[in-house]
Design a protein around this ligand. Structure first.
Ligand code: FEC
Length: 311
């Protein structure tokens, strides 16, 4: 029996190599292999991003070790972090098994995504809970932390810094607009009474107020390539409407994400940037949180709070 509280830190996961992209994509598609053109297109996106091809793996590793350090400061010798990924090894189930093997009987689960959706955080939690039940580990979960004061502070600092850069790039005669965004989901989440949209708007509003932003909007990005309708409007459409309205300077704030990865480094930095050039807009993006100390403290506080439900 291990007296430490396990902390299952869950994240999306990214391929381990170019050869692994097909297996990864097949896992995301719940076992259906992608068409050759789809696979080629995804590989090309990974090849195009800066900072090495799979930055999410390193960022997740850094976040997990950063959280461990923060928890050790908060409560020495109390917590042990384990990683569990949604679509890559170590899978969520592997993380729970590793805890059980170490004799952990009580654990907290937290996802490296601040906003709750049944289709995102909810599905991570379900998989962890099922494995924990099977192995006799008692678990408590952090469902969201989208209004944690330290998270808001970290995002506010980034928006202020982004606005300074935007002013330098676009000139101060143009009033900037902050465009908050998050990963789209199929529209049917609305029928499930999902809090995702509401929580994203709450974070956007709180950050806009704290940063003293005059003009802001929320939009979706990175919708999946499936037949069913996804939440819109998409960021590229929104940019087109804004350009028509005469907006000249945009700050992209992808607050639904916490790391540099494909959906930011490709969808914003390459795709949205190319669209901005076409539309004559100056676009800057806020820095991602990655291992920001305020983000690590947000996670540690949330874990400690969920741990108190175990006792
Ligand atoms: O850098 C990387 O290697 C990974 C980037 C990445 C992140 C990410 C986050 C979220 N996703 C969410 C939902 C969906 C749904 C589908 C879906 C599909 C993909 C594909 C790739 C991909 N996602 Fe992702 N997502 C990332 C990458 N995602 C690649 C497949 C190709 C494509 O459609 O572009 C559709 C599944 C289906 O076909 O049925 C749904 C959500 C998040 C944010 C929350 C979280 O991190 O869990 C929600 C990062």
């Amino acid at each position: 029996r291990n007296k430490r509280i396990g902390v299952l830190v869950m994240s999306y996961g990214t391929p381990e190599s170019m050869d692994d992209v097909e297996a990864y994509y097949t896992h995301i598609r719940r076992g259906r292999p992608p068409e050759p053109e789809q696979l080629a297109e995804l590989k090309a996106r990974y090849e195009a991003i800066v900072g090495g091809v799979f930055p999410l793996r390193e960022n997740t590793n850094l976040q997990v070790s950063g959280l461990q350090d923060q928890l050790d400061k908060l409560a020495p010798n109390t917590y042990s972090c384990y990683q569990g990924l949604k679509h890559a090894r170590p899978y969520i189930e592997d993380g729970v098994s590793a805890m059980a093997q170490d004799g952990v009987t009580e654990a907290v689960g937290i996802v490296l995504a601040p906003h709750y959706s049944t289709m995102s955080v909810g599905s991570y939690v379900k998989r962890a809970q099922e494995k924990a039940d099977e192995l006799g580990v008692t678990m408590s979960f952090v469902e969201s932390y989208h209004l944690h004061p330290k998270l808001l502070q970290a995002l506010t600092d980034r928006v202020k810094d982004g606005l300074d850069r935007l002013k330098a790039a676009a000139g101060s005669e143009h009033e900037p607009l902050v465009l908050f965004s998050a990963h789209s989901l199929p529209e049917r989440i609305r029928e499930l009474g999902d809090p995702y949209e509401q929580q994203l708007l709450e974070t956007s509003k709180a950050v806009a107020e704290a940063a003293g932003v005059g003009r802001w909007q929320f939009t979706w990005q990175s919708a999946g390539r499936t037949r069913e309708p996804w939440l819109g409007p998409d960021i590229l459409e929104t940019m087109e409407s804004l350009a028509k309205e005469g907006v000249k300077a945009l700050l992209s704030a992808p607050i639904g994400f916490v790391s540099d990865h494909l959906e930011v480094l490709y969808d914003i930095d390459i795709e949205a940037r190319a669209e901005a050039e076409k539309l004559g807009l100056t676009l800057e993006r806020i820095a991602m949180l990655n291992r920001d100390p305020l983000y690590m403290q947000t996670l540690a506080d949330s874990v400690a709070e969920a741990a108190s439900d175990l006792r």
